[in-house]
Design a protein around this ligand. Structure first.
Ligand code: FAD
Length: 426
């Protein structure tokens, strides 16, 4: 990092340290860039840690940073053998260590509130920090805020929710439970990561006099002996206002407490169940989808689109949680789509309306249905890794992401991942 008289200057600033942000920062730093990673919560990992997600999806075909994280968790016996169910506390320390080892300037307890733009390029971002407002400048920026906050502040256009009514998928607050009967914890879900089949769990809760707002309640058995509970859907709230996030969080926490009380009434040894913790951050499935040079579409998912600038292949299908309760309260595939593995092109990570901005994670460029598929965290890591690699090259060559030959990014990614891109057989 260089410091001018006004403010610290970096090659790359990454906004948001979720699965996409940590990967973007590590990739950029390993490629030789000076990197700042900005995160409002007290831990790296986003929905993995502050959100207590507990399950990594679409990670099996993701070498590089995703594979490294899984391997570090394995060394700590903090990830299950049969599914990528992990211990969120172990994930925090793994990510701390990886980011520190990469030499990243980590700034927790700090939020990007403004982007200052001159001639379609971001010159610096304004952070809300404990000590007050700070400004940081960089050659290249990566929006990994999930909700696309940085891009929106920079004036980039975006889509939000469904085309027909603007509704987004619901929010869910995750929780950790102790005292789930051992024979349930030891069950391996068939076709699902939930150790208790979701519809059986729903029936048991109903028999205990409780109707969960998520009609496919799930219970994940974790390597640390605890279980993660996902049984609530907070419908028709925006992830873009503090007022809505507050209402949704209070509603969800109340519901989780009622759910746990109902679980204790379930027959068969459930009376010892205890609520250990609710997540620090409510889980947001969907925020802004920033316009990029390419928009991933439902047609891409159906046809298994291939691209010359593919940086990852998504193998996870359409997964839309009902945007409103009257649509069933569970998961649907509105178009009854059979998806094929499809490529995520680098162009979907390059902001259309800004000269020095990339996106990674759930805010990349795509339509509502495609987003429901690529949003899962294995893909967030892969997009972060690619965006970080591209940003470091841009800083080194003093170029815009739009001017960078994609072959150079793919070659650099290949070195980082040790495999050809996008790393699974065509
Ligand atoms: C309840 C729920 C269940 C899910 N289930 C699964 C699952 O089982 N497996 C799976 O793989 N995926 C699952 N997903 C999807 C997945 O969690 C997300 O799509 C994924 O987190 C995307 O990663 P990300 O890094 O883009 O975003 P996030 O994990 O949301 O990270 C964004 C980060 O940016 C930070 N941030 C926000 N605003 C700012 C700002 N203004 N300035 C700086 N930083 C900011 C946030 O604090 C956060 O740390 C689920 C999502 C939810 C909500």
């Amino acid at each position: 990092m260089a410091t001018t008289s006004q403010q610290p200057h970096y090659d790359v600033i990454v906004g948001g340290a979720g699965p996409a942000g940590i990967a973007a920062a590590i990739a950029a730093s390993r490629a030789g860039a000076s990197v700042a990673l900005i995160e409002p919560q007290n831990a790296l990992g986003g929905v993995w840690t502050s959100g207590l997600l507990s399950l990594i999806l679409d990670s099996g075909n993701k070498p590089g940073i995703m594979d490294e994280i899984r391997s570090h968790l394995r060394q700590r016996s903090a990830i299950a053998d049969h599914r990528d169910l992990y211990d969120a506390e172990a994930m925090k320390i793994v990510l701390d260590e990886m980011c520190e080892a990469a030499g990243i300037d980590i700034l927790l307890h700090s939020k990007i509130s403004e982007a200052v733009v001159t001639e379609a390029s971001i010159t610096h971002v304004i952070l809300e920090c404990k000590e007050g407002r700070r400004s940081l400048s960089a050659h290249c920026f990566i929006d990994c805020t999930g909700d696309g906050d940085l891009a929106a502040r920079a004036g980039c256009d975006f889509d939000l929710g469904r085309d027909e009514d603007g509704l987004t998928q619901p929010l869910s607050l995750m929780a950790l439970l102790a005292g789930v009967p051992k024979h349930i914890r030891e069950q391996k879900g068939k076709g699902t990561a939930s150790c208790l089949p979701k519809l059986a769990f729903l029936d048991m809760l109903r028999e205990s006099g409780f109707e969960p707002s998520y009609r496919h309640p799930s219970l994940f058995s974790l390597p640390n002996g605890l279980c993660a509970l996902m049984a609530n859907h907070q419908y028709e709230f925006s992830s873009l206002t503090s007022a809505d996030l507050t209402k949704a969080t209070l509603q969800a926490r109340r519901e989780i407490n009622h759910t746990v009380e109902a679980m204790r009434r379930m027959p068969g040894g459930w009376d010892q169940v205890q609520l250990v913790s609710t997540a620090a951050q409510i889980g947001i499935r969907e925020g802004r989808r920033i316009h990029g040079l390419y928009r991933i579409t439902l047609e891409d998912v159906i046809s298994g689109a291939r691209h010359p600038d593919a940086i990852a292949r998504c193998t996870y299908g359409i997964d839309v949680h009902s945007p409103s309760l009257k649509e069933g309260g569970s998961i649907s595939n509105p178009e009854n789509v059979r998806s094929l593995p499809y490529d995520i092109p680098l162009r979907a990570l390059i902001a259309r309306d800004c000269e020095n901005l990339l996106m990674a994670g759930r805010c990349i460029s795509g339509d509502f249905d495609a987003h429901s598929s690529y949003r899962v965290t294995g893909n967030a890591v892969a997009t972060g890794e690619a965006a970080g690699t591209a940003a470091a090259l841009c800083a080194d060559r003093k170029r815009s992401p739009k001017e960078l030959p994609f072959e150079d990014v793919l070659n650099q990614l290949q070195k980082l991942r040790g495999e050809r891109v996008p790393c699974v057989p065509i």
